[in-house]
Design a protein around this ligand. Structure first.
Ligand code: YOG
Length: 135
């Protein structure tokens, strides 16, 4: 098992969230709010079940899954689409593929220098986020 992603993480940097949101079709007024947010990640694991909470003062997004099992994801409060998603380990990376209306969509988490890294991508746009551990 790779280094544990579990814990509470606070956002340090957020590059090209704008491009990612445009790729998802998020409107201008919501994008303006979203760009100002400092997101937190809370990642929990109980046996083979993971929960990833993305928290902010504006909206929260909570999503749970088992590794290697495809499930229906509804991106409530984000772009509100349905995806068939699957999360796997690729080496030390936790990788999610989100199949649906948007092509080439997914994300990857990994730990590097004690920081939590996240790449979110959709249709050629990649948002890169880094978080520091707070708990
Ligand atoms: O995380 O997929 O950790 O689910 C950031 C992109 C902003 C809402 C969230 C709310 C959001 C309006 C991605 C921000 C762009 C903008 C806090 C979360 C879409 C809409 C929720 C995500 C993965 C990996 C786990």
């Amino acid at each position: 098992m790779p280094a544990s992603l579990c814990g509470t993480w606070e956002m340090l940097s957020n590059i090209n969230l704008e491009g990612y949101m445009i790729a998802l079709g998020i409107g201008l007024s919501t994008r303006k709010i979203a760009l100002r947010l400092k997101q937190r990640k809370v990642i929990e694991q109980v046996r083979d079940k993971y929960v990833i909470k993305t928290l902010s003062t504006f909206r929260n997004y909570v999503f749970s899954f088992r590794m290697d099992e495809e499930f229906d994801e509804f991106t409530k409060g984000l772009d509100e689409r349905h995806c068939k998603s699957v999360v796997t380990w690729e080496g030390n990376r936790m990788v999610c593929i989100q199949k649906g209306e948007k092509k080439n969509r997914g994300w990857a988490h990994w730990i590097e220098d004690d920081k939590l890294h996240l790449e979110l991508y959709c249709e050629g746009q990649t948002c890169k986020q880094v978080f520091k551990r707070v708990a």
